[in-house]
Design a protein around this ligand. Structure first.
Ligand SMILES: NC(=O)c1ccc[n+]([C@@H]2O[C@H](COP(=O)([O-])OP(=O)(O)OC[C@H]3O[C@@H](n4cnc5c(N)ncnc54)[C@H](OP(=O)(O)O)[C@@H]3O)[C@@H](O)[C@H]2O)c1
Length: 321
C-alpha cells in the first residue's frame, strides 16, 4: 500500500509517498479502515515529524508509517470482538497512538476511537473533524461551559477554534472570538456574538469578564488573562507548547480554575458531534485540500499558523478512485 514516510533525515527530512506492507489482520478490538481522507493537525508536525527526524538515518528506512491521526474511510475488516461495525461502513475517528497512521491507504484503529460518519458529510469533510472538534468539545466541557456562559475563544479561526465557536453556541454560550482582522467577518459568520481583532491592540485589560477563557493558541496563561476572568472563571489551554501543557494545570495549586485539555477520541463524542452536523448546527471548515503525494505541502500549510479551519489530505477521490 501507499503510505507517507520520511525520506532524508534531520532537517533534510521530507514527507514522501512510499510502498509499505499493509497492516496485518485486525486484533480483537481493531477495525481495518480503507482511508479515504485524513487531516493535518499541528501535533502531527510538532511531534511525529520530530520523532522521524530524531531517528537515525538507518532507522528512518525501517519506521512504520507514523503520520496522521484523523481519518475518514470505509471498514475493510473487523476484529473478533467488534460487533458495532461491519465491512463497508463509513467511519471517522482518530487515534494519536503511533500505530494508527492515517496518511496510508489502510490503517488499524481501535473500535472505541471511531464512529459512523455524519451522513451529510463527504469523507474529506468528515476527516477534518475528529481531533479538532473533540478538542473543542472536551475543552469547553473542562471549562464548565453551559447555557449563558460568557466564553472567550482565543484562536477562533483555526482548526480547533472554528469548532469551539460553533459548539459553544450550540451549548447556548455567549461567544467572543479572537482572531486577526482578515478573519473577523468569518468568525462572526460562524456564530460568534462578538469578535476581537487582536492586531488592533491589547484587549486583555478591557474585554470580559468571561466565565471561560479557552486559549487555543497557547500564547496566554491564567496570569496574562487574569483581568478578563470572572470570579471563579475557568482558563483552559490546548497546551500547544510544553510551557502551557505543563504549567497551566499548576495554577490549581494557588486556587485558580485552570487546566489543559488533552484530547482523546471517544465514540460517544464522535456520535454527539455527528448528530450536531446532521442536525445542521455544526460544520467543518476546510482551509485547503491536498493529494497524498502533496502531504509535505499540506504540512507546510499547517505550519504557517494561518489556517482558516482544517487542512485535508485526500487519498481517494469522491468517486472512490
Ligand atoms: N492538547 C490537545 O489535545 C490539542 C488538540 C488540538 C490542538 N492542540 C494545539 O492547539 C493549538 C491550535 O490548534 P489548531 O489546530 O487550532 O491550530 P491552527 O489551525 O494551526 O491555528 C491557526 C489559527 O491560529 C490563529 N492565530 C494565530 N495567532 C493568533 C493569535 N495571536 N491570536 C488569535 N488567533 C491566532 C490564526 O488566525 P489568524 O490568521 O487570524 O491569526 C489561525 O486561524 C496548536 O498549538 C495545537 O498543537 C492541542
Amino acid at each position: 500500500m501507499k503510505a507517507v514516510l520520511t525520506s532524508g533525515w534531520g532537517f533534510q527530512s521530507r514527507l514522501t509517498v512510499q510502498d509499505k506492507p499493509a497492516p496485518g489482520k485486525p486484533g480483537p478490538n481493531d477495525v481495518l479502515v480503507k482511508v479515504h481522507a485524513a487531516s493535518v493537525n499541528p501535533k502531527d508536525w510538532k511531534l511525529n515529524y520530530h520523532i522521524a527526524m530524531a531517528a537515525s538515518p538507518l532507522l528512518v528506512k525501517r519506521l512504520p508509517p507514523l503520520f496522521g491521526d484523523d481519518l475518514a474511510g470505509t471498514v475493510l475488516a473487523v476484529g473478533s470482538k467488534v460487533t458495532d461495525f461491519a465491512v463497508g461502513d463509513r467511519v471517522y475517528g482518530m487515534d494519536m497512538r503511533l500505530r494508527t497512521a492515517s496518511l496510508a491507504e489502510q490503517t488499524l484503529i481501535n473500535q472505541k476511537r471511531i464512529a459512523r460518519m455524519p451522513v451529510s458529510l463527504s469523507f474529506a469533510q468528515a476527516a477534518a473533524m475528529p481531533l479538532a472538534a473533540q478538542t473543542a468539545l472536551q475543552g469547553l466541557r473542562k471549562g464548565k461551559a453551559s447555557a449563558g456562559s460568557r466564553v472567550l475563544i482565543i484562536g477562533a479561526s483555526g482548526g480547533v477554534g472554528t469548532f469551539a465557536v460553533q459548539i459553544a453556541k450550540i451549548m447556548g454560550c455567549h461567544v467572543t472570538g479572537v482572531c486577526s482582522g482578515k478573519n473577523v467577518q468569518f468568525v462572526r459568520q460562524l456564530g460568534a456574538d462578538d469578535v476581537i481583532d487582536y492586531t488592533l491592540g491589547d484587549y486583555r485589560d478591557t474585554a470580559g469578564p468571561f466565565d471561560l477563557v479557552f486559549d487555543v493558541t497557547s500564547y496566554e496563561s491564567p496570569n496574562t488573562c487574569a483581568a478578563m476572568m470572572a470570579a471563579n472563571g475557568w482558563f483552559v489551554s490546548t497546551g500547544g507548547d510544553l510551557r502551557s501543557m505543563f504549567f497551566t494545570p499548576l495554577y490549581r495549586l494557588v486556587g485558580r480554575n485552570a487546566t489543559t485539555v488533552v484530547v482523546e477520541s471517544w465514540r460517544a463524542d464522535l456520535e454527539a458531534l455527528a448528530a450536531m452536523v446532521d442536525s445542521g448546527t455544526l460544520g467543518p471548515i476546510i482551509d485547503s485540500e491536498f493529494g497524498l503525494a502533496d502531504s509535505e505541502q499540506a504540512y507546510q500549510r499547517s505550519r504557517s499558523g494561518r489556517c482558516r479551519g482544517k487542512v485535508v489530505i485526500r487519498l481517494v477521490d469522491e468517486h472512490g478512485c
